[in-house]
Design a protein around this ligand. Sequence first.
Ligand code: DAH
Length: 329
Amino acid sequence: MLTLNELFKSIKKDIKNSKKIEELNEIRIKYLGKKGIFTSYIRNLKNFSFEEKKKYSMIINQIKQEIISKINHKNQELTAFILEKRIKKEHIDISLPGRRTENGFLHPITYTINYIKNFFYKLGFQSINSPEIEDEYHNFDALNIPKNHPARDSQDTFWLDDNRLLRTQTSSMQIRIMKEEKPPIRLIFPGKVYRNDYDTTHTPMFHQIEGLIVDKNINFSNLKWIIYNFLYDFFGKDVSIKFRPSYFPFTVPSAEVDIINNHGKSLEILGCGMVHPNVLKNVNIDSGIYSACAFGIGIERITMLRYGISDLRSFFENDIRFLKQFKYN
Ligand code: DAH
């Protein structure tokens, strides 16, 4: 067995020669651990006489404290050394250009909705939000859509249960508004609508903006004036508009509007008409006193035409290369 002095010397040598933190930890365990060499010296004390115990325990404790402080000191030294080596190796080139965080911008659909809102605000309209979960009454019955109408087919409508559904058109909001508000009414309601359809011109979710005017003496030419002026504003005065008669159960007469693009192809963008007397009756508005007109514009459709987008689905694929082209705000 080494003398205490010899042991202390060899421990100091080990500490001095260690080059890694792990090595230092091993040394700590080797000498000071539960089964460590130095610990066994302490344990040996019990065989000594009381006087010797007193004397040696002081010395041993002192040496132990010194070992601990040397290990700690070496630990600091090694940590600093390793850090310095790392800093030298990981040299930072501060002249490299940084990574920029890019600013976000509005989705083209949001932009179009805002644009339309601003146009109608100038004509004294207000805009309101509306629920996307509707019931059969507001989405169909009250809008004079007969029970056997193909739009009710489960192919088109996402039903939630026997009565509730994801609205297929913003027209459902006409009923809610006319039941709650007294004329005169001048409102637009933009929002999402849902139909079970998917190809280059249909997605299961798309956006419409509905307009509703209820007042005395509202007639078809008021409606036509608004539609034409909106389209001139949105597409420019050169736009080629086809206003043609159509059929919707909730308007009479009804019309649809097509825009004819540069290639002579027409694309339907909105439906409109004079609100049907049956609908006015359903909402307790006296059609002898008041008349109403309404329109529903397909937001994706007009956005596609305005920017020459050929596939409706690109709006919702979240391809940043597509979306980045619309940095107009
Ligand atoms: N809701 C119809 C659709 O989704 C569009 C429409 C037609 C809205 C005529 C109207 C209207 O307000 O008067 O196809």
